[in-house]
Design a protein around this ligand. Sequence first.
Ligand code: NAD
Length: 339
Amino acid sequence: EAVEAVPDQAARDRYSVLVDLIQKYRVAYYNEDAPLASDAEFDLLYSELEKLEALHPELVTNDSPTQVVGGDVSVAFAAVDHVARMYSLEDVFSLEELEAWLVRAAASVEKRGGQPPQWLTELKIDGLAVNLLYRDGVLVRAATRGDGTTGEDITHNVATIKDIPQKLSGTNFPSEVEIRGEVFIASKDFAELNEKMVAAGKAPFANPRNSAAGSLRQKDPAETAKRPLSMFVHGIGAREGLSTASQSETYALLKEWGMPISPYFKVVSTLAEVMDFIAYYGEHRHDLIHEIDGIVVKVDDLATQRELGHTSRVPRWSVAYKYPPEEVHTKLLDIQVQV
Ligand code: NAD
């Protein structure tokens, strides 16, 4: 049986260094849209923190970065509570870890008497999450994820995004539904936007994720309107009365309502098919409409999702596989990059 090591002073010191650094990086990334580190550097620190906590569980506090959804509410925006809580995603960084995760999740489903799960495989879009609240088919509020419970009210900014309908088509929608998705800047639009920035004598954006986040979190919606923002749906929150049985079926319904659904997702039933999906998009990741930083695998069945539930930070029915970081060779490297 594993013996927990008593944390010595060196472990405690390292722990507080890691927590402080991760908090600082999170504030820069989520609140200022201006990261101080690369995602790979951040992920490495985060993994180190997870390992340290596994070794010394008594160090873990309720507000540890491993226990909470990252992101606060900036004073520039009104704070709004989500109807249903929003979560982050559990990350894995190798195919072995992914396989172990899928096998464990399938075993957990079967232990509860369920059928072997169907997996919804999707792209992990490198943008930022928004939560859209529709009442009687009308968009009444849009918010950032924030800390998962409370987000920033960005309704007026979202109103400028053409992909997002102000009114749902059809009539078969529940009186209240939360539709979640990723707002992003398409690769082609990002290149054009940066050309314009440079031509205007301004510093180009470092990457599409930061430019999407920065563009959406403008104080003046007229500024947001100038930015080429797009969105794809990847989830639902509050959905009282929605009768669909699976997430993929829900996507089909959302498409009928006029919501933007990704053309890239696929429902599969075997581990080999999940791995094929990952290999395919690993090879074609630069041929897509938008940037990705990995693949998301979800249990497709909604009743099973409810059964598996969540931790304080992530759903237990979904996992994100992150591709290894790659060297970036763009024209941008030749000019001064600012974020
Ligand atoms: P995450 O970005 O790893 O995963 C959760 C998010 O993925 C969701 O909230 C959603 O917005 C998004 N997503 C994209 N496609 C999705 C899909 N198909 N289905 C569901 N969700 C999808 O988690 P996080 O907690 O937001 O952030 C952690 C990550 O952010 C880190 O791994 C790191 O890469 C990056 N980060 C970087 C820095 C930095 O300093 N560079 C700081 C903080 C966070």
